[in-house]
Design a binder for this molecule. Structure first.
Ligand code: GDP
Length: 304
């Protein structure tokens, strides 16, 4: 993950280390290298521009630290700025004062929502919660079944829409908005304190899908709306994120497939362009491949 970006930046910094003093030309050359490395990593142009201009301004400015030499100082500035574009502080899940907490998942088909639903349920269960999954992806024939498989792996119940799937957890209708609402009623009755609602995704951003997600959001008033995005999609990440931000006004981002050889563009652009924090990372196909996202640790990983 981020290997190439990480290598490029460390190469750039190698040239700075040990310099007693940095000239403006040194700083210019460094910022140029950083710009190229970020663009090659598919980071959105606007984000790169802002990032590099802040690094340059701070490096040229009067930030002097007794403890660091000038080269180290630039590395620290880059580190700080990476943390900033990744969203700053770790943002934890917003739990409802009156349970159940409702978490809605949205994103393109194949982004990793259904897989994430299982991972998140297992993670929450491990923290003493009692989650239930609600299957509102009625677009794809296999989606309900897939959520049930993930529910079994996480050992949490799944509230499903199709008759005959499971008599105990069955909704009365095939309308995703109604299924979501019934799922929440079900959670209340059975004293589940967290409801995770999986929704339909399409291959591309689609007005009908977005309206459906917006209708579900309006009906169930979730405490969190998590936008799941495949970190491998590169430059498309920004437009997709902006479309979902407008369509469902999500509250947080989940980066999935961070285990792949992602160049980093999505991770480094999405929080910044939407103003919404990255909250979780999905890092594999296994049920335990899931972690809270910490901007500072991610910046360290990139600069390691
Ligand atoms: P959905 O359409 O958004 O519900 O996406 P799915 O959860 O069905 O995931 C699509 C594909 O990506 C599946 O084959 C998953 O096994 C795979 N997948 C999901 N999350 C990850 C991840 O974090 N890493 C990897 N390598 N694969 C993932």
């Amino acid at each position: 993950m981020f290997t190439s970006l990480s290598d490029r930046l460390s190469e750039t910094f190698k040239n700075l280390r040990g310099k007693g003093r940095l000239s403006e030309a040194d700083i210019d050359a460094t910022v140029r290298e950083i710009r190229r490395a970020l663009l090659d990593a598919d980071v959105a142009v606007a984000v790169v521009r802002e990032f590099t201009s802040r690094v340059k301004e701070r490096a040229l400015g009067s930030e002097v630290s007794q403890a660091l030499n000038p080269g180290q100082q630039v590395v620290k500035i880059v580190n700080d700025e990476l943390v900033r574009i990744l969203g700053g502080n770790t943002r934890r899940l917003n739990l409802a004062k009156n349970p159940p907490t409702v978490i809605m998942l949205a994103g393109l088909q194949g982004a990793g929502k259904t897989t994430l639903a299982g991972k998140m349920a297992k993670w929450l269960k491990g923290q003493g919660h009692s989650p239930v999954l609600v299957a509102c992806d009625l677009q794809r024939p296999n989606a309900v079944k897939q959520l049930q498989v993930n529910g079994e792996r996480a050992q949490v119940p799944v509230f499903a829409p199709h008759p005959g799937v499971s008599s105990e957890f069955e909704a009365s209708t095939g309308d995703p908005v109604a299924v979501a609402a019934e799922g929440i009623e079900y959670a209340k009755q059975k004293l589940h304190d967290i409801v995770i609602v999986d929704t339909a995704g399409r291959l591309g951003v689609d007005a009908e899908l977005m309206q459906q997600a917006a209708d579900i959001r309006a009906a169930i008033q979730p405490d969190e709306v998590l936008f799941v995005i495949d970190a491998m999609i590169g430059q498309d990440a920004v437009n997709t994120a902006l479309a979902f931000n407008e369509g469902v006004d999500f509250t947080g981002v989940v980066l999935s497939k961070l285990d792949g050889d992602t160049r980093g563009g999505a991770a480094l652009s999405v929080a910044h362009v939407t103003g919404k924090p990255i909250m979780f990372a999905s890092t594999g196909e296994g049920i335990g491949d899931f972690e809270q996202f910490h901007p500072d640790r991610m910046a360290n990983r990139i600069l390691d």
